[in-house]
Ligand binder design. Structure first.
Ligand code: TMP
Length: 210
């Protein structure tokens, strides 16, 4: 058990689920309650991990195998955790991170063909198996999310966003499954509707900590 005063919250979901908007709105709502919040993202979040992000997101589809991606992500996550997340939690801040290990389990695991056990074994080696205290899975029907992501990114899709609908369906299946298998940590939040109402739903799901 990690015994530090802060809270570690992650946002997960497919492409175009509105995670970055909710990250900012949720942080602002918690700030108004007097809570110090650090917002961050993966891959990335620390200078070294941002360098690895650039390696992961640019280039041809075939640039990396799913296994190489997993190992790059694990190195980036180790750097991010040790340089940013753990120090923030230790001083009592709440950390909200856009994607974390569940994204690796969904993208490289469920959609990329790696076994969940091997991903979690690498996570134990790279990051002492640290898991978020609470994870919000922003739920949006896959076709709506994909249309949103396309409208936002146009043709500038990265190596992951430009994959086909079947790949994205497998991601969604993983997150839906996670709601059942890790129901104490993972909360499903309806990501349809106005941004402010979605933030209200997130705040409601944090009320036991407020
Ligand atoms: P973003 O679009 O949410 O910024 O994420 C960048 C891409 O990286 C996104 O398509 C998902 C992908 N990704 C993985 O494949 N595995 C991971 O572990 C993480 C954190 C992201």
């Amino acid at each position: 058990m990690r015994k530090v005063p802060g809270r570690f919250i992650t946002l997960e979901g497919g492409e175009g689920a509105g995670k970055s908007t909710q990250l900012a709105l949720l942080a602002a709502a918690l700030n108004r309650r007097g809570i110090e919040v650090v917002t961050t993202r993966e891959p990335g979040g620390s200078p070294g991990a941002e360098d690895i992000r650039a390696l992961l997101l640019t280039g041809e589809h075939e640039r990396w195998t799913a296994r190489a991606e997993m190992l790059l992500l694990a190195a980036a996550r180790n750097d991010h955790l040790s340089k940013l997340i753990l120090p923030a939690l230790a001083r009592g801040a709440w950390v909200i991170c856009d994607r974390f290990i569940d994204s690796t389990r969904a993208y490289q695991g469920s959609a990329g063909g790696l076994h969940d056990e091997e991903i979690m074994a690498v996570h134990r080696i790279a990051c002492a198996g640290i898991m978020p205290d609470r994870t919000f899975y922003l739920k949006l029907p896959a076709h709506v999310a994909l249309a949103r992501a396309r409208a936002r990114d146009g043709n500038k899709n990265d190596r992951f966003g430009s994959r086909d609908t079947r790949y994205h369906d497998r991601l969604i299946d993983f997150f839906d499954q996670l709601l059942k298998t890790e129901s104490v940590r993972v909360f499903g939040v309806d990501a349809c509707g106005e941004s402010e109402s979605i933030t209200d739903r997130l705040m409601d799901a944090l009320r036991d900590w407020l």
